[in-house]
Structures are given as structure tokens and as C-alpha cells.
Design a protein around this ligand. Sequence first.
Ligand code: ZN
Length: 132
Amino acid sequence: MMKELRVKTSSRVELLDITHLVEKAISEAKIKFGLCTVYVPHTTAAVTINENADPSVRRDIITELNKVIPFDDNYSHMEGNAAAHIKSSIIGSSETLLLDGGSLVLGTWQGIFFCEFDGPRTRKVIVKLIEG
Ligand code: ZN
């Protein structure tokens, strides 16, 4: 089973909690056990798993990424979004999660975040479930 989700971001750089969207796709697929890959088919976005309880964690990740990879730094890429491409590669385009009894195996404080690095835009997220 493979499902394409749409997410709408509202800032240039943003970590958007998409855990509930992935869980909805799993419940619709009626697959209880296996692997769930969340894949972002974009070169200026990414996906990561981190704390979803305290929003300051998200803010700190964004602040530090923006410090390490500034928006302007004499980049060769002339499209104006070189920093977004670099952040995308550092964070990565997919996460694979475990599915047990119809639920994602996540720690108490873990959530799945779509990482927007060149927004705001409407983006795709692919969810692939492998039963087993
Ligand atoms: Zn570009």
C-alpha cells in the first residue's frame, strides 16, 4: 500500500507535525504489523522524528539549522534556495517506522515532522506500508 499525502506549510522554514496524517493513512490501509516508510519527494524539504510535546524543541532545531546553514552565503546555486537544499540533505528525505498492532511504535515524546526549508508551499509526503 502506498499513499500520497498533501501538506501545506505556512513559513519559509517550519517543522510541521504530520504524525496524525501518517496514523490516518495506516488506519485506512488496515495494515496492523510491518514497516511504514515516510518519504518526502522534494529537494528542499525533509522528514525527521523528534519531540512533539514542547514546541521549543522545534524552534531550537530551526534556529540552529539557520545558524549553521545561513540563507545567504555566496552559494553557487543561483535559485536563491541553496540553504534549503543543504538542510534537506542533512535532515534526510525518509524515515522508516515500525508498525505494531495498527499503531506506530513511537516513544512517548516522539512525533513525525515534515521539515519545510523553502516555504510556504503545498508539498507531498509519500507513506508506504509493508506488511509483515
Ligand atoms: Zn534550488
